[in-house]
Ligand binder design. Structure first.
Ligand code: NDP
Length: 287
């Protein structure tokens, strides 16, 4: 039997998206149509499916959106020119370049070319810096979704030991920063961490963002821990699974996110939220 409360990102997303819909309606009543442009370079099937998911969710929320599909042979110069055009287009409020990019394109150059005021992914160094210093800005969607979910399920964060497994710029690092901003005590683990499970066992809040299927088991977590499983791993039979062994971990946890229907839908919901925020204009903090 499942002891843990399942934190259902799909349900929570539906509730939040209803609220966002009415914000969009209000904007439209004032003649403003929020618009998100997504750029995808190349034909990676996973990236394509993420992009389609983002567009579908945008439309369902009333946000207008378009996808610019560029061939994998696109030069960096071409891509930067396209972004510059969108930066200067007043009808475009949010710009998202789907990562990863082909090897011949410098990802960091591209991220830095997006206007920080349209950076709905929250990856621009200016926005990363604002997040780090606790200023209002676009928060990266997956960490923002995780935080929103923990708050919605009344998980207390202050003073808790949050252990983050994974330190990527898009998930691990920023989620640790957001939890620190909420007064958690934060430990980061990664592939060079020795005796990983010594740390996972100490976690009050355990964030798994490794991309290693079923690698954390019930015996590796504390009784009553809150488990957020960010991992999305496609198995040989086509099914999706997280980084946790769900059945054994759920027996010990107080809260756990399923995969799918956990963090994934929250990520897209926060993208919609950021796009609406970009449309309304971010409060200028030090520009
Ligand atoms: P990355 O591959 O960029 O990062 C993985 C991190 O896990 C790295 O920091 C790596 O350490 C660490 N790691 C790998 N193996 C181990 C190990 N055996 N022990 C400890 N640490 C390890 O992935 P992302 O951060 O982009 O994504 C992580 C997972 O989350 C993936 O499954 C991805 O599909 C999923 N994801 C889900 C999203 C959602 O919306 N639900 C959104 C984004 C990602 P090191 O730095 O030392 O290499």
């Amino acid at each position: 039997t499942l002891a843990a409360t399942e934190m259902n990102g799909k349900e929570l997303s539906q509730t939040i998206r209803e609220e966002l819909k009415s914000e969009v309606l209000q904007l439209k009543e004032n003649g403003i149509i929020p618009h998100l442009t997504v750029i995808i370079v190349g034909d990676d099937p996973a990236s394509r499916s993420y992009v389609r998911g983002k567009e579908k969710a945008s439309k369902e929320t009333g946000i207008s959106s378009d996808i610019i599909e560029l061939p994998s042979s696109t030069t960096e110069k071409n891509l930067l020119e396209k972004i510059e055009e969108l930066n200067n287009d007043e009808t475009v409020h949010g710009i998202l370049v789907q990562l990863p990019l082909p090897d011949h394109i410098n990802e960091q150059e591209v991220i830095e070319s997006i206007s920080p005021t349209k950076d709905v992914d929250g990856f621009h160094p200016i926005n990363v810096g604002k997040m780090m210093t606790g200023n209002s800005t676009f928060l990266p969607c997956t960490p923002y979704g995780i935080l929103t979910m923990l708050k919605a399920y009344d998980v207390s964060i202050e003073g808790k030991h949050a252990v983050i497994v994974g330190r990527s710029n898009i998930v691990g690092k920023p989620v640790g920063q957001l939890l620190l901003n909420e007064n958690a005590t934060v430990t980061y683990c990664h592939s060079r961490t020795k005796n990983l499970t010594d740390f996972t066992k100490e976690a009050d809040i355990l964030i798994l963002a490794m991309g290693r299927p079923n690698s954390i088991h019930g015996e590796h977590v504390k009784d009553g821990a809150v488990i957020v499983d960010v991992g999305i791993n496609r198995m040989a039979d086509g099914s999706l699974t997280g980084d946790a062994d769900f059945p054994s971990v759920a027996e010990k946890a107080s809260h756990i996110t399923p995969v799918p229907r956990g963090v994934g839908p929250m990520t897209i919901t926060m993208l919609l939220k950021n796009t609406i925020m970009a449309t309304k204009g971010m409060p200028a903090v030090g520009k």
